[in-house]
Design a protein around this ligand. Structure first.
Ligand SMILES: CC(C)(COP(=O)(O)OP(=O)(O)OC[C@H]1O[C@@H](n2cnc3c(N)ncnc32)[C@H](O)[C@@H]1OP(=O)(O)O)[C@@H](O)C(=O)NCCC(=O)NCCS
Length: 396
């Protein structure tokens, strides 16, 4: 078996058949291959690895070069995707070998963390990944926002095709949300360039010359639905301006459907609003995202609560060992200790990642089977890594 990194151009002949078979209706029309080949310029910075036998690709994995905010610090992040193997080559450990190689390579190239969307969380839990929240979807009739129809808000909303609104929509994410929103992630310029051609409208909210909100959306028919992607905003005013824009579709669509973070409370958007807010996680196509740490030392400087603790992460090639974690005026310092140094908690990579990302508290880490924590260490870990739900918008 030959394992190697391939170029974007090589993806069409090697990875495309595996991916098309795994993820799309099949057999697929011949033109799909040409369409895939045209898209490959957007994959030039991705790291793509294949396992080949007799010159034929049997399994593949890839990682997009991304950036993600983790508790206030933006890190290089590996967005794992395109994981697939030939049906006759499954359960031979090929994907395991490829994934281990990919994570090691991305760590060596500077990625502190990694994110993926699983077909089945249990499969990736073996590789140290742990779940974070999937977005919620709010669905409501626009008359629930009646009060905004004539409200005088200090700002305006521009309505643009994506080709014209892309820079504002992308800039809000890159400049504001990546810097300020825990969990927020963006692709590099190479991959995100494809979204400029997306068949979407973009509503861009501005106040005082600044972009304070943006949402991309489509309308399916007159009297139908306005189906929006994530409601992105830099301030409550940005959100109010975008909701006002939705309200103005009251005689045009019967419902607005929009993606929101887990801390959004749409029933508070209006007095008489009737809204259904749903979070759906289902196998294999709507998996909740998963994360893991790839490099401990890169986490220095992360904003944490007060405290100091020694933890052990056993048996992981990338982050295994005994680690001293200390908060100095709210900034984390990370130091490797010699093997055998007593630790107050033994955590799997997933257990530590869950604490870092603020999705589980130490007791849940134990009850989920992700580690063991001495009773006196529970309070320290709770204080250092308080609950804080990440908001991941990038989908891949
Ligand atoms: C999922 C898929 C990539 C697994 O590939 P594979 O080549 O069979 O994986 P491996 O043989 O390397 O398996 C690695 C480990 O996971 C286990 N595993 C494989 N498929 C699994 C599944 N569906 N559920 C749980 N464990 C699974 C294997 O037994 C193996 O365990 P081990 O490390 O203890 O030996 C492959 O079945 C596939 O292409 N499926 C369709 C596309 C897909 O779902 N891709 C994932 C998108 S996120």
């Amino acid at each position: 078996m030959n394992f190697r990194q391939i170029s974007a151009v090589e993806r069409t002949a090697t990875m495309f058949p595996l991916q098309a078979y795994a993820f799309t209706p099949s057999p697929w029309p011949a033109e799909d291959e040409e369409a895939n080949s045209r898209r490959m310029k957007f994959f030039e910075s991705a790291v793509s690895l294949v396992a080949e036998e007799d010159g034929r690709a049997l399994a593949a994995v890839a990682a997009f070069r991304m950036r993600q905010n983790v508790r206030g610090r933006a890190h290089d992040m590996a967005g794992v995707a395109s994981v697939s193997s030939h049906p006759s080559a499954r359960r031979r450990g090929l994907v395991r070998e490829l994934l281990n190689r990919l994570l090691r390579q991305m760590r060596d190239e500077g990625c502190a963390v990694s994110v993926l969307y699983p077909f089945r969380a249990g499969f990736y839990a073996r590789f140290g990944f742990v779940g974070i929240p999937r977005h919620r979807t709010a669905s409501f009739a626009p008359d629930g926002l009646d009060h905004l129809l004539r409200a005088e808000l200090p700002g305006e909303v521009a309505w643009l095709p994506m080709s014209e609104g892309f820079d504002d929509w992308d800039g809000l994410q890159r400049r504001h949300l990546l810097a300020h929103r825990h969990g927020f992630a963006v692709f590099d310029d190479v991959r995100s360039a494809e979204f400029r051609d997306g068949k979407y409208w973009v509503a861009v909210a501005r106040s005082g010359g600044e972009v304070v909100g943006a949402v991309r959306y489509r309308i399916n028919r007159f009297g139908g639905e306005l189906v929006a992607d994530h409601l992105l905003y830099a301030s409550p005013l940005g959100r109010a301006l975008l909701l006002q824009f939705f309200a103005r579709h009251v005689d045009q669509v019967s419902r607005v459907v929009v993606k929101v973070s887990t801390d959004e409370v749409p029933e508070l958007w209006g007095t008489d609003i009737q809204v259904i807010t749903e979070g759906k996680v289902e196998r294999p196509s709507d998996g909740g995202p998963m994360v893991r740490v790839l490099d401990m030392e890169s986490l220095g400087g992360t904003a944490v609560g007060p405290g100091a603790i020694t933890i052990e992460i056993p048996g992981d090639e990338l982050v295994g060992g005994v680690w001293r974690l200390e908060s100095a005026e709210g900034a984390l310092s990370v130091r490797k200790e010699s093997e055998g140094t007593p630790a107050a908690a033994t955590l799997s990579v997933g257990g530590f990642s869950a604490l870092l990302y603020g999705v589980l508290d130490p007791v849940e880490v134990v009850t989920r089977g992700l580690g063991e924590v001495w009773p006196e260490a529970v309070a320290t870990l709770t204080a250092m890594f308080p609950r804080e739900m990440p908001y991941l918008v990038a989908d891949f």
